[in-house]
Design a protein around this ligand. Sequence first.
Ligand SMILES: Nc1ncnc2c1ncn2[C@@H]1O[C@H](COP(=O)(O)OP(=O)(O)OP(=O)(O)O)[C@@H](O)[C@H]1O
Length: 763
Amino acid sequence: MSCSALRHRSKSLPKLLCNLSLIRTMGGGPRTFAGGLNKWQYKRMHEKLAREKERRLLQQEKQIYQARLRTEIRAKIAGKSSSDDFSGSSPGAGGMSSKDHIRALADRFMKEGAEDLWNEDDGPIRSRTHGRPSNIPPSRPLDLRKIVTEKRASIGSFEHRRNYSKWSRNSSSDEDDDDSVVRLEGGLLKKFHGKGGGRVEGLRFPRFSLDEEDSEKDMKRGDGGLDRKKMMSGAALRNYDVKMDKRTPPRPDMEESDLSSDIREFHRDMRNRASLENAVNQQEVHEGSILTQKRFDEYNISPLTIKALNLAGYVNLTVVQEAALLECLEGKDVLVKAKTGTGKSAAFLLPAIEAVVRASNTNSTNRVPPILVLIISPTRELAIQLAAEANVLLRYHDGVGVQTLIGGTRFKLDQKRLEENPCQILVATPGRLLDHIENKSGFSVRLMGLKTLILDEADHLLDLGFRKDIEKIVDCIPRQRQSMLFSATIPKEVRRISQLLLKRDHIFVDTVGLGHIETHDKVVQSYLVAPHELHFHLVYQLLNEHIMKVPDYKVIVFCTTAMVTAFMYVLLRDLKMNVREMHSRKPQLYRTRISDEFRESKCLTLVTSDVSSRGMNYPDVTLVIQVGIPSDREQYIHRLGRTGREGKDGKGILLLAPWEEYFMNEIKDLPIERSHLTELGSDIKHKVEQSIEKIDLSIKEAAYHAWLGYYNSIADIGRDKTTLAELANRFCQSIGLDRSPALFRKTALKMGLKGIPGINIRK
Ligand SMILES: Nc1ncnc2c1ncn2[C@@H]1O[C@H](COP(=O)(O)OP(=O)(O)OP(=O)(O)O)[C@@H](O)[C@H]1O
């Protein structure tokens, strides 16, 4: 086959495959494809395969040409031309046959000074200062100098890979960052599939990442890469839970490796501890303040950022900032645990901004401006808050922009905003971010340049509710990046899962400290146990008492679900309290307005669902009331953490029904005291009952359905459906319903409540 034909064929191949995959992936086809790939990954896999094939064909073409050229040169040296023997050479478009072409090239390369380009074994170039024969245009495929140089470059990069494979096969020592990720994953593969003692042959898990090198290797290997991908990237995160560990009896070799990884982890912790103790001691010295003696201007932070910090009143670092900032600025991967309201946001925003500033200084001329930093937040309000905080720190950095991608806004408008404004830093919620990744290929191209990934409230994002989305997102960003994970709570199983996002040599910063509690000493915690029928009365009474005592009050009342929140809000509003509501059923514009208003206000009560429980920085909240059990211990801590921020005082009250008291076991290590019920004033009882009566039936019914759904999902209660139905009926009475509202048959079936006494089904 002639070279031009070959090239033509190889060029049309990717197009063909692309079209094929597009036909398959567009127009409402299945969302997932073989190997558990989503349509986006599936399309990209085909594109990569096609690119790979094209590269291979061109490489072969080059090699054939080189071989012919060498043969010709050798023949010339031996005094005869071998080109006569070449078959299949025909005159090209320019009138020169490939035979003539080879002959002419051989002549050129035999000129003095060009010998090193064709020596027998393609040895090293002796001198890089030799000029290329001036009469060869640079675009010619047969520029041997270029070929040799390319070869050297590829040898170089191969050597890099060899280091890596050498490590991944044989070594267990800490090597470069790239290797770290793989070793970690290797450990997990072994864990899942029992493959030998931590040494997984040539292990490199394919991921359809934008890291060209990785994908190349993954595709080339062709050894069941897809399966491994499924097991090791997304799927690994998904499957890796505590139960899995419990179900599979560990093999002795696995145990050994677990131990060694534990030992490594222990050493890392010890290394960090000294500096942390220092920081914590400093905190004790400045009792009541979260600030340390360290100043921001002692760090490698750009003067413009320092100027913005000063303007915002940030001069000294907080404890967590001191513990984590240096490593973060150095580009290391970190997992950071620090109490609520201690300045974690600035601890990751500053390094993110510095990474953008550094990247901007390198003067790269990308056609599509890349998104350099991606911050993922579990809620929309937190995303907006983080973007606002980043903007404060970017005040003097012209041309650097922060954008948000959150649900509840119009997709097309988002897209326009992202295209028309600078966006080096993107703060997003997982669902909307994934929408853009899956539906806008241009957006994914922008993510190819990503340098930093940040997960705020990391434990929540790695929880089952978000994990799938996070896996998909991580599959679409480069592996070579800095990852920073922050939260006030990091349970052990989440810490394990988080390792999959972090490099092996990441640093775990824990300013809370082993065996120390995650709540603030200055926040007084108590709990009350009372039957459901009294909960609304009690909330009203507690609010009244607090308002009397604290003139500048600012209270948050957390309810279990959005619709129960709506009920509580309507009730308190009817009771003439100054209240606002915030939950997922409200339009985004309303939510943003309320959030801003509550941030700025005093003498206001916010009734909210868990959309406000994490990360929201409402200054000077004086009291947090939690009605009903939180979804878990962590959620209790985060809700409580809305008060007592920046070292201030605060108060927290948890209101439970008698059967909910079991939850106290989960937080028994926290300094929480039982309060005794004071008798309700007769006017309170009367007023609350009157207001409940006035509330619209539809609000009550929605509250009942939501309540049932919430408690049904809590394993400890949801298992015993008959008891659950009884409890739901008591809740019904507490909101003024005589009979429990009917459920749709389908809903009841889904919830496992069909045929349960006390559950009514819609006819
Ligand atoms: N170095 C600093 N100097 C002064 N104030 C600071 C500093 N760092 C942070 N703050 C302030 O501390 C408050 C809490 O910060 P931030 O919201 O980052 O806490 P957090 O640790 O992320 O809390 P959460 O766990 O609830 O997300 C904010 O009002 C912030 O402006």
